[in-house]
Design a protein around this ligand. Structure first.
Ligand code: SF4
Length: 327
């Protein structure tokens, strides 16, 4: 069977933030938050982007949606380069590409009722007004496990889980096809995290959604994703189908992250790999392989030469000079 046409193709994407100093705001360096990542997401699939906090995952999500200007690279959505689109074309595309943020409380305006917050986008995009708008909002509230009487309520009247349902409803009301879910459960109580995960899965089945699912939690990503990309200091160091990744991660950073995930079956619990040292600053990343300052395998070449993503299986990529030796 041929590979399906990807919904999203990211190629060598970069996002650098200038570091300015002095009265003339002279640029003295750059924070390389995203430093040349590539990925491909097929329709109806979930790509799990994982890594420690500060590795550039969220910046990657915002840049992919063109909510931040890229410093380089390209993003093709259904084969079209989104960075070369005009304002009007990009505005239309916004309906198809939505985002769910981590903190449902700060992503809702406390002075807007839930009905207004969800319906606002319908008016902005000229999709529905008046009665039709209300019907659409009430429908999407129900789809997201809320009730029509919630229409008039305000964010502070909801629990954390309900607020995240409101945020999801607001993203869905425009009938998007691609959603960046940026740590969508990490601000919620553990007891309700699984409800939101189940809701996202049900919505994916019902509407055929495609997700870029950003998370630091490898257990959640194992549940949600078809494919996993591991980010370290702005770069993807391993990119593999989920099953392969969880059965035999090949990059030492992936192995360390996975060794910290508790297993339900003690016999399957991997020996914990403790990484020494802190994550270096993305404003001054180490030369060569940026992981070399913490890598238990590091050899001389690692501090001089940047390893590029190598194909190590039919659909498995790893950036490590020594990867051939561990396969
Ligand atoms: Fe470790 Fe070297 Fe591989 Fe980087 S390239 S992950 S430092 S062995």
């Amino acid at each position: 069977m041929n590979n399906p046409e990807p919904m999203l193709e990211v190629e060598d994407l970069k996002k650098y933030f200038p570091i300015r100093t002095g009265v003339f705001s002279r640029v003295v360096g750059h924070v390389k938050a995203v430093d040349g990542i590539s990925m491909r997401i097929n329709p109806g699939e979930t790509y799990g982007l994982v890594g420690e906090s500060g590795c550039g995952k969220s910046t990657a999500g915002l840049t992919i949606l063109n909510m931040l200007n890229p410093s380089g690279g390209s993003v093709l959505y259904k084969g079209k380069d989104i960075y070369s689109m005009g304002k009007e074309e990009m505005r239309n595309l916004r309906k198809e590409m939505q985002i769910i943020f981590q903190d449902p409380y700060s992503s809702l305006n406390p002075r807007m009722s839930v009905g207004e917050a969800i319906g606002e986008a319908l008016e902005v995009h000229g999709i529905a007004t008046g009665k039709k708008r209300r019907e659409k909002v009430e429908y999407i509230l129900k789809v997201c496990g809320l009730d029509t009487y919630h229409y008039r309520r305000y964010p502070h009247e909801f629990s954390g889980g309900q607020r995240q349902r409101v945020v999801i409803a607001r993203a869905l009301v425009l009938e998007p096809q691609f959603i960046v879910a940026d740590e969508p459960i990490s601000a919620l109580d553990v007891s309700i995290q699984s409800q939101i995960i189940n809701l996202l899965e049900e919505l994916q089945d019902q509407f055929g959604l495609t997700f870029l699912f950003i998370s630091h939690d490898l257990s959640v990503v194992k549940h949600m994703a078809n494919r996993v990309g591991v980010m370290y200091l702005g770069r993807i160091v391993e990119d593999a189908p989920k099953k392969e990744f969880y059965a035999s991660p090949l990059h030492p950073y992936s192995q360390a992250l996975l060794s910290a995930v508790p297993s339900m079956l003690p016999a399957q619990q991997k020996e914990r790999i403790i990484l020494t040292g802190d994550v270096p600053s993305p404003s001054n990343p180490p030369p060569g392989c940026t992981f070399h300052t913490r890598c238990p395998w590091a050899v001389a070449i690692c501090s001089n030469e940047v390893p590029h993503l190598k194909k190590v299986g039919p659909d498995h990529f790893v950036s490590c000079h020594l990867v051939e030796e561990v396969i």
